[in-house]
Write a protein that binds this ligand. Sequence first.
Ligand SMILES: [Zn+2]
Length: 62
Amino acid sequence: MKSLAEQYVCTVCGYNMAGYLPDNCPFCGATKDRFITSQECSARYGVVETPVFHICQVNNEA
Ligand SMILES: [Zn+2]
């Protein structure tokens, strides 16, 4: 059980949402299967200390 709000990151635009997962990104309209958790984001992009939502957006070009 998680005690803190999960954060979700849109891999399309980098929009970060804390505590809820909408059906579509409120910013770019991407479907929710485009979202990853901040933990997944960190693992995927090897982020250590930099805010993950920013790094996701930068590295999403690859
Ligand atoms: Zn988005």
